[in-house]
Design a protein around this ligand. Structure first.
Ligand code: FES
Ligand SMILES: [Fe+2]
Ligand SMILES: [Fe+2]
Length: 245
């Protein structure tokens, strides 16, 4: 075990006390540590040490927001692979249309609502606050592609409705739009994983990324009836098994 040391000489506050308060209260900023412990509020010379302690404790949490998004990409890519396998079957009669509908439900909720909204309502906003333009450049491209994807899905859903009413020809509408979605999202995810996310980790401050990690975790755990895990991640697992080549 590390030897305890005095960090704030003015007030005689030990490292162990600061560490415990940060962990117990989930503190992520210097101001919060000062409010809770008073350390660093007299001469201020211990502030760099307090910041180092904060960074060390929150390091794992800082990475988590982007890890959560990358993991969601993995699930989306699995569903894309399964969709392609289903739609490329030569014999149309072999295609389980109920499974296609379940995939569309996954795309609308898991990919679009739970994943894309984390990007649109949080990550992109923070990137914008920290210097990136929303009007041009990578964020604008990502937003454009999210909308392009929504249009493909809207067309596919219309195709399914017609197909269920007996219009066999509308199967092509389902197939073309879903396959176009799969290609779009595969390229979109590669751009985010390789360019946009690393960029976000460089420009967004550590405490903001850390708070984002907590919010992403909470929002996943708080979906109605735990559907993020019990319905959508389970669907990926089940379909991966059914459509294993
Ligand atoms: S050493 Fe901590 S405020 Fe002076
Ligand atoms: Fe995206
Ligand atoms: Fe994404």
């Amino acid at each position: 075990m590390d030897e305890d040391i005095e960090i704030c000489k003015c007030l005689g506050i030990m490292k162990s006390e600061i560490v415990k308060t940060i962990k117990d209260k989930g503190l992520q900023t210097l101001e919060k540590v000062q409010d809770e412990t008073n350390a660093g509020t007299v001469c201020g010379s211990c502030i760099p040490d307090i910041e180092d302690i904060l960074k060390e404790i929150n390091k794992k949490n800082i990475m988590k927001a982007i890890e959560i998004l990358v993991k969601e990409h993995e699930s989306i890519l699995k569903i894309i692979e399964i969709t392609t396998t289903i739609l490329k079957k030569k014999d149309k009669a072999e295609i389980n249309i109920v499974h296609v509908e379940m995939i569309i439900d996954f795309i609308k909720n898991f990919a679009d609502k739970y994943h894309h909204l984390k990007e649109e309502d949080r990550l992109f906003i923070e990137m914008e606050k920290h210097g990136m333009s929303r009007e041009g450049g990578p964020i604008a491209v990502m937003l454009f592609e999210h909308n392009e994807g929504r249009n493909y899905i809207k067309q596919a859903v219309e195709g399914i409705e017609k197909f269920k009413q007996g219009d066999d020809a509308s199967f092509d509408q389902i197939k073309e739009n879903l396959l176009a979605y799969c290609t779009l999202l595969t390229n979109h995810i590669a751009k985010e994983n390789n360019i946009l996310y690393p960029m976000s980790e460089r420009i967004i401050p550590a405490n903001v990324l850390s708070a984002m990690s907590d919010d992403f975790e909470k929002s996943n755990a708080k979906t109605p009836n735990n559907e993020y895990y019990d319905k959508y991640l389970k669907l990926v697992e089940d379909f991966s098994e059914i459509y294993r080549n």
